[in-house]
Each structure stands twice: as structure tokens, then as C-alpha cells.
Design a protein around this ligand. Structure first.
Ligand SMILES: Cc1ncc(COP(=O)(O)O)c(C=O)c1O
Length: 384
């Protein structure tokens, strides 16, 4: 299920996402150095690897020593399998139909189980298949996120049922942290405590514990008590910090840059309105550049008139409303700018850089949302 390949002539591309594989490898090394040698990394590559392009990212990660991958949905897992990736893949989302179970089995994915009903459905669906192979499943406990998972107080009851069902092998017990990036560790400690009490209860019921995992990016940076046998980094793989106070724990390099080309350079006189709604009116004569990237590519329209870009290493301001396919920049300070020159929207050029965090702060959102905003219209180019 590889995407249709387009003959991309990079010299003439209007806009693209640049993926720095060396930065990705660097971030993996940094995580490997933080966790114990026996602790495995499960790279979270859902949502097209946080907008970075799942196939290329997964290949690079696996080559860098990452042993596990996690996706949110079955189609995301199939996309990786169809591209020839053989690493074990955990599907983080819930499944509740026979069709999903068949796809999971066919593509050798590993599902998350949150309820006895799901486990029973999976077991019964496998019983209808030929050949009937046992499936590795992962029991998720809700220890305080109030999202997916069996209530941690029912851990033993659910574990017992799962264990007794044919065709299911419990590969791991896991949970997800709600507040690991908070300065105040109270809720996180409570979740760790509940996770550990669940483990103790399962052990006390006579079972040998499977692989355990809890830590997202922030959980990894908080300390090794949360690492168990496996960690599930997302954001830090892509080179961004989950919170400023965790930045000293690791040295990361942003993996993604977004660049676009100038298609027109024009002079406008004082009083000229720019773009839809004339939210910008030139207060003096200006030179403006029209750049081939817009909100359909992932540039948030709400950043209109608040965005900066880098041209020839210099920061310039974006002016007027961001449109679907293009934006305008005030490039009056840059002499003799040419059509075809490259504009950096995110990333570094010369001594300047703009990060997803900068946009997130300006918008009052999180960098995760900014990264996931770069969808398929922008081709991904790998460098390094
Ligand atoms: C279950 C689970 N584990 C790990 C992660 C990775 O989170 P982060 O990007 O904060 O590392 C996610 C992402 O949302 C998740 O849903």
C-alpha cells in the first residue's frame, strides 16, 4: 500500500518537508544512552510519524537499532508492513470487529486489549481463521489518563480472563501517563504507583509478568524508574522537548524542516492591501514575495500576520492572511530576490531557525499538533 510515486523534480517542487535522517539517528542514540542497555525502544510512528513520513522514518529508526514500532490504527500498521518493515508493531488503538482482527492477523500486527469483550472477540475471530496462529496481545491499563485501558483495579480479573482465552499470548502490560510533562509530579507518581500495584496483584495471583511499559517522551526524561523493559518515545524522536524543564535531560536535534519556493517578487506601494480581507495594508512601499505554501499544506491560518520565515538566512515577516496554497512575505530588506529561491518556514537557514515550538507557543497549542499538521500534500525529502 505504498503511496503512488510521483516523479518529483525537486528543483521545481513548490514546497516540501525535509527529513534529516542524521538528526533522527542522533535522537535515537540519545534515548539509547538514557535507558538501560536491556530496555528496548518502541518508536511511536503514528499519524505518519508525527507528520514526518512513516515509512522512511520507520526504516531509519529500525536501521538505528529501534526494535519496536507503535501506530494508532490498523491502516497505519499495514502501510509499514506493505513497505517491507518486519519489526513488531503494536496498534495503540482499540479494535472491536472481526474484520479488524483478520487484518491484524494477516498483517502480523499486535493489538492493544482494554476489555474482556475485546479479548473474547479476538480469540473467537482467530478460531474462525485458518491457520489459527496465537496472537501476541498487549493489555493496557488505565491508571489515570481516563482514556483507553482496563481499570487498573480490575487488572487481575482482566489478566486472568485473557490468560485463559485460546489463541492469545499476553506480550506486554502497559499504561499511559497523563501528566509526565508537568512540573508537579503528583499525578505521575500516582499513576506509577497504580501501575506497580497492578503488577504486584497479577504476580500475587500466580502469573509471571510479561514485558512492562509506561513511559512516553516526558516519562523517559523524568527518570529511569519509569523505563521498565520498554519505552515509547514519540516527540523526542523527532527532536522536540515535551516541556522546557525537561530540556536539560537530553540533547535533541529537530528532524523536520519545511521549505517552499518563491514564485513571484513584486513591489507594492504604501496603502496597498495584501491577501484576503486586507488584514494587512502596507504603511510604506514594500517588496513582497509570494511563496508556494499555505494552510492546505499545514501552515496554520491562525498564524496570519504573526508568522516569520527565513530567506537567505534572514528572518522576514509574513503579511496578510495565509491562503490555502500560498503566503506573502515582506522581503523589502533583501535585495534582488529571485523567483525560485527557497524560503524556510520551519528549520534552520544560516544563523536563524524557527521551531515547531515557536509556532505552538504563538498559537497556544503543543508542538505535537504542529508536526501532525504537515499532511501528504507536501512531499518528504530525506537528507543525510
Ligand atoms: C500510548 C502512547 N504512548 C506513547 C506516546 C508517545 O508520546 P510522546 O509523543 O509524548 O512521546 C503516545 C502518543 O500520544 C501514546 O498515545
Amino acid at each position: 500500500m505504498d503511496r503512488p510515486s510521483i516523479d518529483l523534480d525537486w528543483e521545481r517542487q513548490r514546497a516540501w518537508v525535509e527529513i534529516d535522517r542524521a538528526a533522527l539517528r542522533h535522537n535515537v542514540c540519545q534515548i539509547q544512552a538514557l535507558v538501560a542497555p536491556a530496555t528496548k525502544i518502541m518508536a511511536v510512528v503514528k499519524a505518519d510519524a508525527y507528520g514526518h513520513g512513516a515509512i522512511e522514518v520507520a526504516r531509519t529508526l529500525v536501521a538505528a537499532g529501534v526494535e519496536w514500532l507503535a501506530v494508532a490504527t490498523i491502516p497505519e500498521g499495514i502501510e509499514l508492513r506493505a513497505a517491507g518493515i518486519v519489526a513488531p508493531i503494536l496498534v495503540l488503538g482499540a479494535i472491536d470487529t472481526d474484520v479488524q482482527v483478520r487484518a491484524i492477523c494477516q498483517w502480523e500486527l499486535q493489538p492493544t486489549i482494554c476489555t474482556i469483550a475485546q479479548a473474547t472477540l479476538i480469540s473467537k475471530a482467530i478460531a474462525q481463521l485458518a491457520p489459527r496462529k496465537p496472537l501476541h496481545v498487549h493489555l493496557k491499563l488505565d491508571t489515570g489518563m481516563s482514556r483507553l485501558g482496563a481499570n487498573w483495579q480490575q487488572a487481575v480479573a482482566v489478566y486472568r480472563e485473557l490468560h485463559a482465552l485460546p489463541y492469545l499470548e499476553i506480550a506486554s502490560l502497559y499504561s499511559h501517563l497523563a501528566t509526565a510533562d508537568d512540573l508537579d509530579p503528583t499525578v505521575m507518581e500516582l499513576q506509577v504507583d497504580r501501575f506497580e500495584r497492578s503488577q504486584a496483584a497479577i504476580r500475587a495471583a500466580g502469573y509471571t509478568l510479561p514485558m512492562l511499559h509506561l513511559a512516553n517522551s516526558a516519562g523517559i526524561l523524568v527518570g529511569d524508574r519509569l523505563h521498565y523493559q520498554l519505552v515509547r518515545p514519540g516527540l523526542i524522536l523527532y527532536g522536540l522537548y515535551p516541556a522546557p524543564h525537561l530540556a536539560s535531560a537530553i540533547d535533541l536535534r529537530p528532524v523536520l524542516s519545511v521549505r517552499a519556493r518563491i514564485t513571484q517578487v513584486r513591489d507594492i506601494t504604501a496603502g496597498t492591501g495584501v491577501s484576503y480581507g486586507y488584514r494587512f495594508i502596507a504603511d510604506r512601499d514594500l517588496t513582497i514575495a509570494v511563496v508556494e505554501i499555505g494552510y492546505a499544506d499545514g501552515i496554520p491560518r491562525r498564524l496570519s500576520d504573526r508568522l516569520q520565515a527565513i530567506v537567505r538566512g534572514q528572518l522576514v515577516r509574513q503579511i496578510g492572511t495565509i491562503t490555502m496554497d500560498r503566503i506573502m512575505l515582506d522581503v523589502s530588506q533583501i535585495p534582488d530576490l529571485q523567483v525560485g529561491e527557497i524560503v524556510t518556514m520551519l528549520g534552520a537557514d544560516g544563523n536563524n531557525k524557527i521551531g515547531a515550538d515557536d509556532w505552538a507557543t504563538e498559537l497556544g497549542t503543543i508542538s505535537w499538533e504542529i508536526l501532525c499538521g504537515f499532511k501528504q500534500r507536501l512531499p518528504r525529502i530525506s537528507v543525510n
